[in-house]
Design a protein around this ligand. Structure first.
Ligand code: GLC
Length: 249
């Protein structure tokens, strides 16, 4: 297979770039050592808010990104000016009817609303331990029957994110790629859990699955030659994958 040079790297943060402080520092050093012309665009793609992502940069835990996709693909901030991109907010459509969602979720046994900081007008997040796929489909059906047109992302056998259809890590990344005229064949993504899966499913995108990744992601991408299964964990796995894809020499 012939691959095109990498123009954009999109990575999850918690469990992928963060989780091992020494490895994260090695990633920051390796990334910052790339010269201007060999360094691809850097996009963080996390469940954290975009403001929270940028605060990790201020704490010197991560190199500065070009874009920060936050809230599981429901907000995008431009890395330099740090303001939220209004065009993407429009793309997400009307904000949620929290009352309608709460009414349905109240009947789901074991579902507990996440912290206030994790809720915003285009994201409603719950904890629901150990739910099977079927249970998630049932919740989706109940929401649909009540006229709530959303996308559900379940990850880490615990986190249930209710997102607009045009939200999610893959949709948000695809939107950025269109804005920047970057072809998905020039993109490498990295992640560790089920909420990253949408990025790996984007056509032509290449992936890096860190060694500590959960089975929910591992199983879904196993055997696909577009996705590199790193032997090392956290940021070391990302560095290993970036070497594999020719970004770091
Ligand atoms: C982050 C977010 C949380 C979300 C989870 C999985 O932890 O803070 O709201 O449910 O990612 O996407």
């Amino acid at each position: 297979m012939r691959f095109r040079p990498v123009k954009l790297v999109a990575s999850d943060i918690d469990g992928t770039l963060l989780g091992d402080a020494a490895a994260a520092e090695r990633f920051r050093a390796a990334w910052e050592a790339l010269s201007g012309h060999e360094r691809p665009l850097l996009v963080y793609n996390s469940g954290r808010t975009s403001e929270d992502i940028l605060s990790l940069v201020d704490e010197n835990l991560l190199p500065a990104p070009d874009y920060a996709i936050g809230g599981v693909g429901t907000m995008i901030a431009e890395g330099r000016v740090r303001t939220r991109m209004e065009a993407f907010a429009k793309e997400l459509g009307p904000t949620f009817d929290a009352t309608a969602i709460d009414a349905i979720m109240a009947a789901i046994e074991g579902a507990v609303l996440q912290a206030v900081a994790d809720q915003h007008p285009h994201k409603a997040s719950w904890h629901l331990p150990d739910a099977e796929e079927q249970r998630i489909s049932e919740i989706a059906a109940r929401l649909a029957a009540a006229g709530v047109d959303v996308k559900l992302i379940y990850s880490s056998s615990r986190d249930l994110d209710i997102l607009p259809r045009s939200g999610g890590k893959g949709s948000a990344l695809a939107w950025i790629c269109r804005e920047l005229a970057v072809d998905p064949g020039e993109v490498v993504v990295a992640g560790d859990t089920g909420n990253d899966l949408e990025m790996f499913e984007m056509p032509h995108v290449r992936g890096i699955v860190v060694a500590n990744a959960l089975a929910e992601l591992r199983r879904a991408v196993a055997g696909d030659p577009r996705h590199y299964m790193a032997r090392t964990s956290h940021a070391d796995g990302v560095i290993e994958g970036l070497r594999h894809w020719g970004v770091i020499r």
